[in-house]
Ligand binder design. Structure first.
Ligand code: PMP
Length: 458
């Protein structure tokens, strides 16, 4: 029995054989990858699609429910689900039907469809905020909310947590100096010329004292936060953290913006609703319309009044908020169908039950194999973490990073028909995920543990 992290040698040896296995079993993907090199940067339509651990890009033939079939005809139990975009399963029938109907009746008009008022009512009922605007992506929604927050508070600063990701939103693509707490440029960001330390503050997650210090001078327009960090491993809030943080924001006149793009997996209506956080703004993207390019942001009646006043006080002209296709007819139809058929108590109860089974199965296997790893779960999403405890902040994750172990796990599982989210070891359960899908993942995890033990003995 081993009570340790596998050695670099063990991981390199297994990684090499998994790469060979992928190459042998995916001739069609390899050929497509070769062909795509000619006209796509890095051989893919979006360069992130090369962030999978495979030696060549995996091309998709079809995705339906929780199953993704690749170009070589191999079926995969999909626990990545388009990094949350397909959280309710690929192409749910009700959504496919609504899209087909709307597609024959206009795609975009720069006018609301007759169904728009009903969608507004559904959003208010589900998320608990009365007023809404649409965008094409969560990145857009976050960018626009920052603009509104600064406009209505007349404060220049925004505050985020270390390790945050809120999309392609310049103000938030910053890091924190671990010793001084100063805002630093994120070194990986391309073409960065603006100095965001002038207008963005960063504090560690779960640190109320640092939060209070950052808010104290009354210059912070909003705290933009996920209820739990989900893009730097999964880092849940300490018990009582949000109740206190909510109170601090109120006390200092700072708006609380909850980005629920990922944490909508927590429960029907998202984390903030389930925990009564009463945010001033709420953002949901990705899965909100079942995976169509659509995001929504909602706000309180009081905030709405201030938004109207700010817009009316501004001269005629560009607001810097909105894009031409936002609220288009096709995505409004998708949103309508998604709110009716996907965001349902029944779906969440299935997702949560299967997620619990998966978490318990992984934990039991980790304990039996005596590996210093853990699993952290938030509703239907969980993270297999190659560290001994659930992290409390981003620094904790950095201190325990096991990139090679993660890469091996991803490729090993993919080679045996199980997809994890490529960016970290996130697993998401959809309404279409079956008990057999969960069992399959657990069986492959057993195999991985056995392969590690064999390699270590040899
Ligand atoms: N907010 C959160 C919490 C996210 O995780 C992401 C993407 N991973 C975004 C916003 C941005 O979403 P999109 O890329 O669809 O704009």
């Amino acid at each position: 029995m081993s009570a340790h992290t596998p050695s670099p040698n063990t991981l390199a040896q297994l990684q090499a054989s998994e790469r060979q296995r992928f190459i042998h079993s995916h001739p069609r993907s390899l050929a497509l990858a070769q062909q795509a090199q000619a006209h796509y940067l890095f051989g893919v339509p979006l360069h992130w699609m090369r962030d999978w651990p495979t030696p060549a890009t995996l091309f998709v033939q079809r995705a339906q429910g929780a199953t993704l079939t690749c170009a070589d005809g191999l079926a995969h139990a999909d626990f990545c689900l388009g990094d949350t975009g397909a959280m309710f399963g690929h192409s749910p029938p009700a959504l496919a039907q609504a899209l087909a109907e709307q597609a024959a009746n206009g795609l975009t008009c720069m006018l609301p469809t007759a169904g728009a008022p009903a969608v507004g009512e559904q959003l208010a009922r589900l998320f608990g905020l009365p007023l809404w605007q649409m965008t094409l992506s969560a990145s857009d929604a976050n960018r626009f909310v920052l603009r509104w927050a600064r406009a209505i508070t007349a404060r220049p600063q925004v505050l985020v947590f270390d390790g945050c990701y809120h999309g392609a939103v310049d103000d938030t693509l910053v890091d924190m100096d671990p010793t001084s707490g100063a805002t630093l440029p994120r070194p990986s960001i391309l073409g960065q010329v603006h100095n965001h330390s002038a207008f963005t503050r960063v504090v560690p997650f779960n640190d109320l004292a640092a939060l209070e210090r950052a808010l104290a001078d009354g210059q912070v327009a909003c705290l933009l936060a996920e209820p739990a960090l989900t893009n730097f491993g999964l880092v849940p809030p300490d018990t009582g953290f949000w109740a206190a943080a909510r109170q601090l924001c109120r006390q200092h006149g700072t708006l609380l913006v909850m980005d629920e793009t990922h944490t909508v997996s927590t429960a029907l209506g998202g984390y903030a609703r389930a925990h009564d956080l009463a945010p001033d703004f709420l953002v949901v993207g990705k899965a909100v319309a079942g995976g169509l390019p659509c995001a929504v942001y909602g706000f309180s009646a009081e905030v709405a009044q201030r938004m109207v006043a700010a817009k009316e006080a501004a001269p005629e002209g560009h607001s810097g908020i909105g894009t031409t296709l936002s609220g288009n007819a096709l995505t409004m139809a998708a949103l309508h169908a998604a709110l009716n058929h996907l965001h349902t108590a029944e779906n969440y109860s299935h997702m949560l039950a299967q997620a619990q089974r998966l978490e318990a199965g992984l934990r039991q296997r980790i304990a039996q194999a005596q590996r210093p790893w853990t699993v952290t779960r938030l509703g239907a999403r969980m993270e297999l973490q190659f560290m001994p405890h659930t992290p409390r902040n981003a620094q904790d994750v950095r201190d325990h990073a096991q990139a090679d172990m993660e890469a091996l796990t991803h490729l090993y599982m993919l080679n045996r028909g199980v997809l994890l989210t490529p960016f970290h070891s996130m697993l998401l359960v959809s309404p279409a995920t079956t008990p057999q899908d969960v069992d399959r993942l657990l069986a492959v995890f057993d195999e991985l543990l056995a392969s590690l033990a064999t390699a270590e003995r040899g």
